[in-house]
Each structure stands twice: as structure tokens, then as C-alpha cells.
Design a protein around this ligand. Structure first.
Ligand code: ATP
Ligand code: SF4
Length: 354
């Protein structure tokens, strides 16, 4: 499906398909003078073809803002967005349209994202004609069917003439996914794609996204507040807190051996991880901080049971544990042994929580 990019002469071979470097978004506060909301601060993230990355964090941590920045729905304050290693700066014109075709977004609410006055046929026809240009009637008809089959809405004729209100939430989300596929994308940015759906059908939609990723070698960003579903669905997991990344690594490592105290709190407050279908995720205890004047040092320090003196003043950099598993926490600094012992005996924070 995505054969076009492989001929690109500018392509830097080992670069991630889509990446953000030092991505920052500050929203001005209405009537607040020069004050801003630090929604996203210096975030690095990489998406590779054929891989799902989960972006996890509680409400207000900046996840949706990252998706909207990557989708170019609004400008970023600073930092870079790189497609195959090349910074994307276009805001209009051919290059911009090409970017928008390659990087598609799937929204949380399929009710809001599908216009109620249009039939499925119109929604999909529009997507393919915007992104793929002219084609014969037969060709278009074949493509409409193929798109519906790809999202398991079969037989296609049963769905083509339907209006959104004639479909279930899950079917509607599948139409939204088919619309995104109509652009022949390489990246899917899925912002809480199943959280509005009935719990019983969530796994079906996540499995569909995973199958599509495998079949078409897509890079998928899966945004969720539910860290247990990240383990189930994503190859790598990135955890955000108050506009910053606090931990990242292979999903298995991040969810089974979380390093950062915030990730540990998220996991401890998530209901039974093995019963994905039967639960609603809950939020971690304690209040998220103000993003207008975020806490100094480590932004998690007011809620952290292990906070040390330096946590209040110095922002921790990313420290590597093993094989790509990293955490922004002073507990993992090479010189932190003594402080760790003072903070909670000789245990690791994981043991201390258990
Ligand atoms: P949720 O899961 O609730 O969507 P989130 O993690 O996706 O949360 P964002 O929606 O990215 O978080 O919001 C991050 C912060 O930026 C929040 O404090 C939010 O209030 C603020 N914010 C988002 N959009 C705007 C905007 N257009 N203007 C001002 N502030 C905004
Ligand atoms: Fe807690 Fe300090 Fe680690 Fe922040 S840096 S999570 S306050 S121990």
C-alpha cells in the first residue's frame, strides 16, 4: 500500500518514519498577560513503520496536544517534527498536503468525527478523491469496497449507503479508520480510539488497528490513559506526566517493571490488567499539577513518595536502565545509591510499592 515513500531520494535510511525533537507547545492564558500553559515541554518521540507506540498519562498530561501537533492541526512553539529525518515546516501547499496524507489522525469520538448528514459512501469517496486524485468509476467503486473490507465491515454493500446514526459506535469508528486508510497513510495517530466505545468491543477495534499495522507496515501512535491496554497492544510505551516524558521503553518492561514512581502509581491504580474488557481505567491518586506554573525540579515531586532534596530543585534527565528502557528520575542516577537508601531503605522503588 505505501510504496510511494520508498522512492523518496531525500530519505535518510535509518531515521524513524516520524519523530518529534524537543517538541514544545505553550498555550497563552486568556487574560493572563505573558503567562502560558506548558502543555508539552521538550518532548522527544519516535515512530517506526510496523510499530505501535502507546502514549500514556492521565488527563491533561499533554497527550492529545502531541497528537494534534504531529497531525499539524496547530503550530508548535518550538522544537522539530521530522518525517523520515527531514524537518517538516510547510504549513500549506503541496508538501503540507502530502504530509497530511501520510500522517492521518483517528479521533476519540466517532459520533463527532463523522458528519451525520453524509452516507458512508460519501465519507470514503471524499477521502480517496482528496488524497488520490482522479480515478475511473469502477476503480473508485472497487476501492470503496476494499476499504470497508479492510476494517471488517462486510459485506461492503450493507454499509455503503448507511448514515452514521444507523451504525453502532464500533462500526462508526471502523468507518473513521477506513476514511483514514483512504488516504493511503504511513502513520496513524489514534487519540483514545476506543475509550468512547462499549467495553465489550474495544479489543476488536484494537486488534483491527494492530492487524492493519502489520499488513500495511504502518507506524501507529496509540494515545490512552489506560496503561494496561498499552501492554496488550503496543510494542513500546511512553509515559507522560505534566507535559513531559517520564519513562519509555518496550511495553513489557515499562508495564511489568516500571521505573518511574509515577508509572508505578499509574499501574498500582489501574484495575486488574488481565480483564481489559471488563473495566474502566481509573486515574492515579493525587492532583495533577498546574501547567501554568509547573512544580520546579521534577514535576512529580509534590506527589512522589520518594522525593529527595534535589528533586525539588533540579529537573532529572533521562537515565537508561536496559535495552531502551529509560526513566527521568533521580533515583536512577549513578550517584543516587546513598539518597535512595536514605529515602526508602535499600529497596528499589518497585519493591517499596509492592
Ligand atoms: P485528555 O486525556 O483529557 O485529553 P491530554 O493528556 O490529552 O488530556 P491535553 O488535551 O493535551 O492533555 O492538554 C494538555 C494541557 O493543555 C491541559 O492543561 C489543557 O487544558 C491545555 N490545553 C489544551 N488545548 C488547549 C488550548 N487550545 N488552549 C489552552 N490550553 C489548552
Ligand atoms: Fe520522585 Fe525525585 Fe524521581 Fe521525581 S526525580 S519521580 S520526585 S524520586
Amino acid at each position: 500500500m505505501s510504496s510511494h515513500s520508498h522512492n523518496d531520494p531525500d530519505r535518510t535510511s535509518d531515521a524513524p518514519l516520524l519523530a518529534a525533537r524537543n517538541l514544545t507547545k505553550h498555550f497563552p492564558v486568556k487574560g493572563g498577560g505573558s503567562r502560558v500553559v506548558h502543555a508539552v515541554d521538550s518532548v522527544d518521540i519516535e515512530l517506526h513503520a510496523g510499530e505501535v507506540v502507546a502514549l500514556v498519562g492521565e488527563s491533561g498530561s499533554g497527550k492529545s496536544t502531541i497528537a494534534r501537533l504531529l497531525a499539524k492541526l496547530m503550530p508548535h512553539t518550538s522544537g522539530d517534527i521530522l518525517l523520515e529525518g527531514t524537518a517538516v515546516t510547510a504549513r500549506f501547499g503541496r508538501r503540507f498536503r502530502n504530509y497530511c496524507r501520510r500522517v492521518q489522525m483517528i479521533l476519540q469520538d466517532p459520533f463527532a468525527s463523522l458528519n451525520p448528514i453524509h452516507r458512508v459512501r460519501y465519507v470514503l469517496t471524499r477521502s480517496i478523491s482528496i488524497h488520490r486524485g482522479r480515478m475511473s468509476r469502477d476503480e473508485r467503486e472497487r476501492m470503496l469496497r476494499e476499504l470497508l473490507e479492510r476494517v471488517d465491515l462486510t459485506p461492503p454493500e450493507r454499509y455503503l449507503e448507511k448514515f452514521p446514526h444507523e451504525l453502532s459506535g464500533g462500526q462508526r469508528q471502523r468507518v473513521a479508520i477506513a476514511r483514514a486508510l483512504g488516504a493511503d497513510p504511513e502513520v496513524l495517530l489514534a487519540d483514545e480510539p476506543v475509550s468512547m466505545l462499549d467495553v465489550s468491543i474495544r479489543i476488536g477495534v484494537l486488534n483491527l488497528l494492530r492487524d492493519l499495522k502489520d499488513r500495511f507496515h504502518l507506524a501507529v501512535l496509540y494515545i490512552t490513559h489506560d496503561i494496561a491496554s498499552a501492554r496488550y497492544f503496543a510494542d513500546r510505551t511512553v509515559v507522560m506526566y505534566a507535559g513531559q516524558i517520564v519513562e519509555r521503553g518496550p511495553s513489557e518492561a515499562v508495564t511489568q517493571h516500571p521505573l518511574h514512581p509515577y508509572t508505578q502509581l499509574l499501574i498500582a491504580s489501574a484495575p486488574d490488567a488481565d480483564r481489559l474488557e471488563e473495566r474502566e481505567a481509573t486515574e492515579a491518586t493525587g492532583e495533577p499539577p498546574s501547567l501554568i506554573s509547573p512544580p520546579t525540579g521534577c514535576r512529580f515531586h509534590p506527589r512522589c513518595p520518594f522525593a529527595m532534596e534535589r528533586c525539588r530543585t533540579d529537573a532529572p534527565p533521562m537515565f537508561s536502565a536496559e535495552s531502551g528502557h529509560e526513566s527521568a528520575c533521580w533515583l536512577y542516577a549513578d550517584d543516587a545509591e546513598a539518597e535512595r537508601a536514605a529515602a526508602f531503605g535499600a529497596q528499589t522503588p518497585g519493591e517499596a510499592q509492592a
